[in-house]
Ligand binder design. Sequence first.
Ligand code: MN3
Length: 204
Amino acid sequence: MAYEVPPLPYDYAALEPHIDEQTMRLHHDKHHQAYVDKANGALDGTEHDGKPIEEVVANLDALPGDIRGVVRNNGGGHLNHSLFWTWMAPKDKGAGGEPSGELADAINDAFGSFDDFKTQFEAAGANQFGSGWAWLVLDGGSLNVTSTPNQDNPVTGGATPLLGNDVWEHAYYLKYQNKRPDYLKAWWNVVDWGKVAERYAAAQ
Ligand code: MN3
């Protein structure tokens, strides 16, 4: 079963003004589709064809050497973006604000406060040289902020991504140009903390 780009769970314009419609159209319909096509092309006819993408990306060492790099980049791209769309939502669906419950307690315990967490996460995104992702992960029972280059996903290193932000220029350049820190700050307005809390509960 070949991978497919999952439908966006809201309108392309639903994250305006923070994430603009044109960026969402290009990002979802063109960039994500390209990762899916290339991952499918590499895995077609192998024993790994049809495995859940998270399982494939978590076990890159199991892949034949001649497709490992292509799957790392494009299978990673498929996994990262499939998650990314679900971590965002429009304001009228409850996005923005702060986490609550056990997730809020865990963030406060790990980082001192929600604001301190946001500062660390924004720094991880701003300081990721070139293309990559900023992450909140559950790693060995602890919450950590980290970043990865390209389309690498923390699951390859054994951690569970709870939240991630795409800091490739294609994610923000049309609206924010070179101001990646402004994009990172604005992005909090579209984060769906309910989805993050679900992943946190499932990962424990
Ligand atoms: Mn992207």
